[in-house]
Design a protein around this ligand. Structure first.
Ligand code: GYE
Length: 334
């Protein structure tokens, strides 16, 4: 305890020194040490990509709130490739940023680069997605949703609405699942949570499951192939809105009515998803909040100042049925 306080105090005074050291310099162009030169915090943010409406809203939230907080943001888009994210993190280490934040595309394979950041004394904040490293000293905190709970909420809706969901009336509720990016925390956890919730009703089962990589195109293609290979699909569970929206296109192209002939459950609640829900083409959406920017900047300021932060910060979220979507849409921010 005493030791912790001491370390925190040292960290505060060190960062205070760093701030004063460049505080008198009004030039805002990057200095040799990578600091912006105006005394503000520099954050390197390694984003997953631009794969979905959720991701675009998340990126905008991070950019807007960095500006608002006066944090100098260095931003990179990894196009859903882990190697690009690792490269970006290494370049932030080289540039000696004050803090690195990133949303890991997949859960595994981060220890080496995170150890490099630790050796360089640059704190790391995980946002949105988790890593599965056993060494939790490699990052300061993880800010994001509880994806298992999101999957459970999706499955619980189906259990509660089972009577209406046996669309073809064969006595079973046959679900096809559109998974997110293979190895990504939200894909693994949403799948797990959903499976857990539907196990309460033996009539419900997942008859086919494949990745659509969290994209609209991916969801469309996988759904097209499911419609050919599977008989009697009653329900689609898509790990995000975009894949659900792709599935809607495939279902319509097959001459069926989405939301009626095949029920659709998704996760995210971005504008396009909510619009389809209000229009009756999706049946239920579990919200996943992308507006993590303000909390992230707050955590970054604390971490850089050497203050203690909670190990885990969970985002609060709700769910929407069709009526609730129609009500929420006019004031929906993203
Ligand atoms: O649900 C999906 C995005 O990691 C929570 O990633 C995020 C997920 C989100 O591509 O739309």
């Amino acid at each position: 305890m005493v030791k912790k306080t001491l370390i925190a105090a040292t960290a505060i005074s060190l960062s205070a020194m760093a701030l004063t050291a460049c505080g008198s310099d009004s030039d805002s162009s990057a200095g040799a040490d990578g600091d912006s030169g105006n005394g503000s915090i520099t954050m390197g943010f390694a984003q997953v990509g631009a794969e979905s409406g959720w991701r675009s809203a998340n990126t905008k939230s991070i950019e807007d709130s960095a500006k608002e907080a006066g944090i100098d943001l260095k931003f990179s888009d990894a196009q859903q490739k882990q190697e690009n994210q690792i490269k970006a993190i290494r370049s932030y280490i080289q540039q000696k940023v004050d803090v690195i934040a990133f949303s890991p595309v997949v859960e595994t394979g981060w220890d080496t680069v995170l150890q490099e950041a630790k050796r360089a004394n640059i704190p790391v904040i995980l946002t949105d997605r988790a890593v599965d490293s056993e060494d939790t000293s490699l990052y300061k905190t993880f800010l994001g949703s509880d994806f298992v709970e999101e999957g459970q909420k999706a499955g619980q809706w189906l259990v509660d609405n089972a009577a209406d969901s046996d669309v073809d009336g064969d006595g079973d509720i046959d679900v096809v699942q559109l998974e997110g990016t293979t190895g990504a925390a939200p894909a693994i956890d949403r799948g797990e949570g959903f499976a857990d919730a539907i196990s309460a009703d033996p009539k419900i089962s997942v008859i086919a499951s494949q990745t659509g990589d969290f994209t609209r195109d991916g969801g469309k293609q996988v759904m097209e192939s499911f419609l050919q290979s599977e008989k009697g699909i009653d329900v689609v569970f898509a790990h995000n809105d975009d894949m659900g929206l792709g599935a809607i296109e495939a279902i319509k192209a097959a001459g069926l009515t989405p939301g009626k002939d095949i029920k659709i459950i998704t996760v995210d609640a971005v504008k396009d998803g909510m619009t389809a829900l209000a229009a009756g083409e999706i049946n239920y959406i579990v919200e996943c909040n992308p507006l993590l920017g303000p909390q992230l900047m707050d955590l970054a300021e604390k971490v850089v100042a050497g203050e203690d932060v909670p190990e885990r910060v969970v985002t609060e979220e709700t769910t929407f049925d069709q009526e609730q979507a129609a009500e929420a849409l006019p004031t929906r921010e993203y």
